[in-house]
Design a protein around this ligand. Structure first.
Ligand code: GAP
Length: 464
């Protein structure tokens, strides 16, 4: 049973230290969130899983970490300066500001239950395009309006990969097909952020650009669609809560030939089944659009260079066929934050104990669990028990993330670890001092097993 709604995860996150509202002591900042001690571990484990799966377990992918702020020309030639915008309308009556294409998703602040524009009092302006890139200036400038110093915070990590294509190709001596993977922050001045960490203005992406021969693109695109469903499944997300969505021709970005989104059931509480789903990730066939627009050679129909500013040509020379061409790009792009939300929602479970009380268990996979084992002393006023528990915690720590906790009775400590997804609790009791053994409790079954201290690490490693 996954979480019944996002609100359940918001409150668990705040209560246990996964995610807090940002700038909380100053009243917050719309749709900004900070990741607490457990949230940062969970996000890091998701990123590690993605990186291991792509960069370490395969033989055809290199990593990259490009700058958040690039030369403004990057965003001119990628098309973001002119096309990365949402159509906005204002209401002269309620003073609300809405995305024209999302009016049906929101309500008029003056008339709850009515979409903006649907009440006779609504007075919407003509739509205007609002560019989503955050602007900044680079260096000491005389004014914030100084166009020569204008720069943007990147709205996607992808462009940093395209403009480094030749660098990576030449230094890694790769042959097609090969990919470049990058994890990093992206920024979009979203008009209607919301739903907790689902849509925020600052977020983190895991993007991989897979460069292929044009004729191989449809087949390899499909392979990545299949592959990513498997990887998402390996995070513990049930296939029942995932589905594919094929973008229509009208929805496709200007650079894409085909895009398939993987949707997660983020809104299970909605009556209309169609409205329960939203995008977790997109997998696009971006054709050769990006490498062409950043290259100095390609010309338009009138023979004019489409990019007179670029100093390099990002084409590929195939030494076997003696052909030069611009590779096609298959791009699986997924948000860290949306993955974290889906992982938490899917892992959320409630269980009733023998006293009839409801307990929350976060059934995270051991790979993703922020803490792998909690070592708990049954009596914190007994120095020998505390000493042994602390010693065990320090012995386990180099192999697996472990914590020591003596801040409550054992029932409370177990409940806390269940709620944050710790797969095992190790309890040191009076008997441990006699038999040199401890009790290991399983998070999901609540079953307990007595394990000798000498064999403890091996026992846990095997099960984790
Ligand atoms: N380079 C392609 C690209 O950026 P996208 O669909 O705009 O494609 C990829 O973004 C992923 O990034 C999305 O599927 C989503 O997981 C995440 N994402 C996009 N905008 C987001 C936002 N405002 N807040 C949180 N995550 C976001």
């Amino acid at each position: 049973m996954p979480a019944p709604n996002i609100e359940t995860i918001v409150s668990l996150s705040k209560r246990r230290g996964f995610v807090y509202p940002a700038s909380e002591i100053y009243g917050g900042l719309g749709s900004s969130w900070d990741y607490g001690p457990l949230g940062v571990e969970l996000a890091n484990n998701i990123k590690k899983s993605w990186w291991n799966w792509l960069v370490y377990e395969r033989d055809d992918i290199e990593g990259l970490d490009s700058s958040i702020i690039q030369n403004r020309l990057t965003w001119k030639y990628s098309g973001h300066e002119t096309t990365f915008s949402d159509p906005l309308v204002d209401c002269r009556a309620c003073k609300g500001r809405f995305r024209l294409d999302k009016l049906l998703d929101v309500q008029c602040p003056n008339h709850p239950g009515v979409h903006p524009g649907d009440d006779k009092e609504c007075d919407l302006t003509e739509a205007r395009e609002f560019n989503l890139m955050f602007r900044t200036t680079v260096g000491a400038v005389s004014s914030d309006e100084d166009e020569s110093a204008l720069a943007y915070l990147r709205p996607e990590t992808a462009q940093g990969i395209f403009i480094n294509f030749a660098n990576v190709l030449n230094t890694s001596r790769r042959k097609l097909p090969f990919g470049i993977a990058q994890i990093g922050k992206a920024f979009r001045n979203e008009v209607t952020p919301g739903n907790f960490i689902f849509r925020t203005r600052e977020f983190e992406q895991m993007e991989m650009e897979y460069f292929v021969r044009p004729e191989d693109a449809p087949r390899l695109h499909q392979e990545w669609i299949d592959g990513f469903q498997e990887w998402i499944g390996s995070l513990g997300i049930s296939a029942d809560n995932l589905k594919l969505y094929e973008q229509s021709k009208e929805e496709l970005a200007h650079y894409a030939e085909r895009t398939v989104d993987i949707l997660y059931r983020y809104f299970p509480e909605r009556e209309d089944e169609d409205k329960q789903w939203d995008e977790l990730m997109g997998i696009a066939n971006r054709t050769d659009y990006d490498l062409r627009v950043h290259s100095k050679k390609p010309e338009d129909a009138e023979g004019k260079r489409i990019n007179p500013d670029s100093t390099d040509d990002l084409s590929y020379f195939d030494t076997q066929t003696n052909e030069r061409f611009y590779p096609y790009v298959i791009e699986p792009a997924i948000g860290v934050n949306r993955t974290l939300l889906a992982v938490m929602m899917d892992a959320y479970t409630e269980k009733t104990n023998e006293k009839g009380e409801t307990r929350v268990i976060l059934k995270l996979t051991p790979e993703l669990a922020p803490i792998k084992v909690a070592v708990l002393p049954l009596a914190k006023n007994k120095p020998e028990i505390v000493e042994l528990a602390k010693k065990l915690k320090h012995e386990l720590q180099p192999t697996m993330r472990s914590v020591y906790d003596d801040t409550g009775g054992i029932g409370k400590l177990y409940a806390r670890q269940d709620e944050i997804g710790t797969p095992f609790c190790v309890t040191v009791d009076h008997e441990s001092l006699e038999d040199n053994a401890v009790t290991v409790r399983d998070r999901d079954t609540w079953e307990q097993e007595r394990v000798g201290v000498e064999a403890l690490k091996e026992y846990l490693v095997e099960r984790l």
